[in-house]
Write a protein that binds this ligand. Sequence first.
Ligand SMILES: [Fe+2]
Length: 416
Amino acid sequence: MTTWQSSTPVTVAQRFQQVRQQTLALCAGLSAEDLLVQSMPDASPGKWHLAHTSWFFEQFVLGRDPAYRPRDPAWLYLFNSYYQSVGPMHARPQRGLLSRPSLDEVWAYRQYIDEAVGELLIGDDDPELAALVELGLQHEQQHQELLLTDIKHAFWCNPLQPAYRGAIAASTGPTPVPLRFVDGREGIIEIGHRGEGFAFDNETPRHRTLLQPHALANRLVTNAEYLAFVHEGGYREPGLWLSDGWATVQGEGWQHPIYWQADLASEFTLAGVRALDPHEPVCHISYFEAEAFARWAGARLPTEAEWESAAQGVKAGGNLLDKQRYQPRASSDGDGITQLYGDVWEWTASPYVSYPGFRPLPGSLGEYNGKFMCGQWVLRGGSCVTPRDHIRASYRNFFPPHARWQFAGLRLGQDR
Ligand SMILES: [Fe+2]
């Protein structure tokens, strides 16, 4: 098991070192071949994640100096993701073709960026620099999660179905607390980033919104509950599905969550194939599947405002990346609403759109979030592969409704 640094850094420079080192720790045990494979257009090779997160600092931090010369101008093209305003980029579905530069060259690139940014931070208390570095670190933490979700998909595609880490606890989780609904707040409330600490632009501005009478489930939906949906013909009943969802079920031949085996008794995890734990939260489902399950259960998905109102004042904790479990875990304790943070990202009923008064970051970094506000759905709360100091009540993740390779599940909500 790798060493996970859990101490709280006190300076930007220390935090920079810690987050960058954590990315390397996640790669421990992965071969050069593991880090090159790209299993589908939506996923990226580990090597590309390693280089792209370094590119982000080169482009947006080191590149602020007009005299700065890039380490290799061709790499600005290779490792740009989607920032059209800084230049063209290599096609995303073909990132797995980049056998050059070699992995060793990418490690050296990371080292080069670490030293250059580290030097910049020595004795520099420029708040704008600190904010840019923090954005780069939050970006890197997003890619830490993607690195794991993408290697999980790649390993699942390999007939050997290898383990990323073999030390995940056996699938004998505790019995979950009985499902019950807890009344939420109603009336006018405020959501969005309050102003202390880091937030992405899409979490702003804080604003008023109206909550109708509603209740949220006290825990996440479990594998056993989802298995009942499968056994009772959930994937064969078009009346349960949105039209686009049913078309996807038909077109893709979906019959169960992506990593469940056909026997419905085992699943692929980052520890390899193991028995399906009925008590663990169901994971790796699309918005379409979450929505259909909720309808089958006589409930609905919570809105993001309902979720955030429940999470306000709750400290981020639980089964997050620092636990090194890499797998959701059953909720066995706690009154009120549990599992808000960690385990699985929770699909919400809310489309990913801008908040009233939203202003993207100035310049090229305005492309980070705002331009994706079309055709995607909001997920809340983080997962078992989300870094603990990366998640908060106002955090808005987003994916298209068919995406199921992320650690995503659901909590039920209902009208009152
Ligand atoms: Fe990125």
